[in-house]
Design a protein around this ligand. Structure first.
Ligand code: SAM
Length: 284
């Protein structure tokens, strides 16, 4: 690496030049998530959102780390056990350690991955870093508009909707800001379009309706009133509606941390780890 390149890689986004179409005065979902994961592609305004949520819960970054751990374990499971070789990932996020295509192509080098995002920073970095090979593509579309995604020619050229696919909505639906019931309808439209034998995985901010409910609602308030302006926590009943029409794979809807963890638990989960949940479902 040249001195220049290493200086670039150790600088945060705010210290580098700002790409066209990116507004460093407004927090973006992808950059805030990058800040939670201790990445470098974020601005002061994004880190402000993190600091705000940390006021509600000092362990706030665990929302992102648990989400990411779940995503990696789910992708590993789906790639090794289902035989499905096409993955449609809604809301890819900024490239980070262990991206979906790296996890699934390690098991099946022939697997295709299509990422969708609409953030200009993701689209700029992603084209360079996620499109690592000819079976990995990044498409710009609105994931909350199923008709747009399902009708997108670039997606349809790469994903065959007549044979089973893996459909991912990881850490995305809680950023939908319209009517509370709409995410369930969005998922119904997607699930209707999937062929039988497809798998769907979703992770989502969670109100566990127990002693951790208050911290979930406090974090929600900080997210919703932040410069990012999104982050809805849903109850178990609300999350189950997102999987309507699917058979849940064991152990069903759980905390992300409890979904086939990599080893025994040596210490209890903290309050934030109790506020993000997920599941994998199969379309019969
Ligand atoms: N799925 C990744 C993961 O779980 O690690 C990234 C999650 S990140 C919290 C959510 C991503 O969804 C961001 O990259 C954001 O830009 C993207 N996103 C949010 N709303 C979107 C929309 N309406 N259309 C496309 N992408 C969207």
């Amino acid at each position: 690496m040249t001195d220049n390149a290493s200086a670039q890689s150790s600088a945060t986004a705010s210290e580098r030049s700002v790409p066209v179409g990116v507004d460093p005065t407004r927090a973006s979902i992808a950059r805030v998530y990058d800040a939670f994961l201790n990445g470098k592609d974020n601005y002061e305004v994004d880190r402000d959102v993190l600091r705000g949520v940390q006021k509600a819960a000092p362990e706030a970054v665990d929302l992102a780390f648990e989400n990411r751990g779940f995503l990696i374990r789910v992708c590993r499971f789906l790639a090794t056990q289902t035989g499905i070789d096409q993955f449609l990932d809604c809301g890819s996020g900024l490239p980070t350690a262990e991206n979906v295509h790296q996890v699934v192509q390690r098991t099946n080098p022939d697997a295709s991955v299509v990422y969708i995002d609409n953030d200009p920073v993701v689209l700029a970095h992603g084209r360079a870093l996620l499109e690592e090979n000819e079976r990995t593509h990044l498409v710009s579309a609105d994931i909350f508009n199923p008709a747009e995604v399902l009708g997108n020619e670039e997606i349809r050229a790469r994903i065959d909707f007549s044979s089973p696919l893996v459909f991912l909505q990881m850490g995305t639906l809680h950023h939908y800001n319209g009517p509370r019931e709409r995410p369930a309808q969005i998922m119904r439209e997607y699930i209707d379009a999937l062929p039988s034998g497809s798998y769907v995985a979703i992770s989502h901010f969670f109100d566990p309706e127990n002693e951790y409910s208050a911290v979930a609602r406090k974090m929600e308030e900080m997210f919703l009133h932040s410069m990012m302006g999104s982050g809805t926590f849903r109850t178990r009943a609300e999350l189950l509606e997102l999987f309507d029409g699917l058979e849940l794979v064991e152990p069903g809807l759980t905390l992300c941390a409890d979904w086939w963890p990599d080893g025994p638990r040596l210490k209890p989960l903290n309050q934030v780890q109790n506020c993000i949940a997920g599941a994998v479902g199969r379309k019969p």
